[in-house]
Design a protein around this ligand. Sequence first.
Ligand code: ATP
Ligand code: LTN
Length: 337
Amino acid sequence: MENNTAPERKKRVLSLIQPTAVPTLGNHLGAFKNWQSMSEDYDCLFGVADLHAITVRQEPAALRKQSTEMYALLLSLGLDPDKSIVFMQSHVPQHAQLCWLLNCYTQFGEASRMTQFKEKSQKHADNINLGLFAYPTLMAADILLYQSDFVPVGADQKQHLELTRNIAERFNGVHGKCFTVPEPFIGKAGARVMSLQDPTSKMSKSDPNPKASVSLLDTPEQIMKKFKSAVTDSEACVRYADGKDGINNLMSIYSCCTGKSYEEIENEFAGKGYGDFKVAVAESVIEELRPLQENYKRFINDTAYLNECMAKGAEKASRLAQRTLDKCMKKIGFKQI
Ligand code: ATP
Ligand code: LTN
C-alpha cells in the first residue's frame, strides 16, 4: 500500500558525450535531436564526458576548449538548464568515487571482453592505460549514480550498457537493492547518417576527410558545398531503393530535417535531377542547424553565463549523486560519521 501512495517521479534519462571533436550532423540526428525531444517527457541529465576523454592523451588547452565548446553546444540544443541537468562530468567528483567502488565489483575477464577496449588498445598501442580499461566502469558510474531508467546510446555503446546492467544486478544481489538497472533507449527517428563520401560507412566526427561529414558548426556555404559534392549514383532518379546508398542517405537526412516521408520526397522530386535534390537537402540542413548555431554564437562568448550554468548543473547533479554514493558506501560497509 505504501508504495502506491509514493509520489510518482518521471522516468529518468541520462546520456553523456565525449568532448573529443566537434559533433557532426550524424551525432545531431542520431542523438542530440532525441535528447531535445526527450527533455519534454523525462527527467533528463546530459553531460560532457571529459573524464572519459583523457583515456586517450589530450593536449590540456585543447581539452579545456573542446569541453567548453561541447557544453555550449548542449545548451544550444535548447535544453533548459533549469529543467534538465546539464553538467560537466569532472565537476561532479562522485563519478570518480563510484567508479572506484564499481571497479571492485567488475571482473577482469568481463572488462577484457569490451570491443571498444580492444579497438582502442590497438589504435593507441603506446598508451594502453588503466583508465582505458576502466572506461566502462566510469560509464557505469555515470549511469548508476543517478538511478537512470533509460540511457540513449548508439550501437557501439550497447556492450557498455549491458556491462552496467550486470554490475548493477551483481551489486544489488550481494548487498540488496541499491541501483536502478537501466534500459537502453532507442530513439524514435533513429537516423543513422552515413558519410557523404562513402555512404556505406557511418558519418563520424573523427573521419579525416572533411568532405565526408557535416560539422554542427559548419557555415551555410560549407554545408551547401559538402552536399553538392556528396557521392550518389548514375540513375538520376530520387527514390529509396537497395543499392542507392548515397541517395538513401540524403533522403533520410532530408526526411529528418523536414518531417517528410520518403513517398512525399519521391513525389516532390519526380522528374528532377540530383542537383536540385542536393540543394534542397543542404537547405533543409542549414535550416535545421540555424537555431542551434545562433544560440551557440551567443553562448560561446558568454563565459559568465556558461560558468553559471555549469555551476548550477554541477550542484544539482552532485546532490543527486551523493545520495546514491552514500547508500552504496553504507551497503559496502564503510564507517559513516
Ligand atoms: P567518433 O568518430 O569519435 O567515433 P562518433 O561521431 O562516432 O565519434 P560518438 O561520440 O561515438 O560519435 O557518439 C555520440 C552519439 O552520436 C552516440 O549516441 C551515437 O550513437 C551517435 N552517432 C554517432 N554517429 C552517428 C551517425 N552517423 N548517425 C547517427 N547517430 C550517430
Ligand atoms: N561512452 C559514450 C559517452 C558516455 C556515455 C556515458 C553515454 C560516457 N558516459 C553515460 C551514455 C551514458 C560514447 O562514447 N558515446
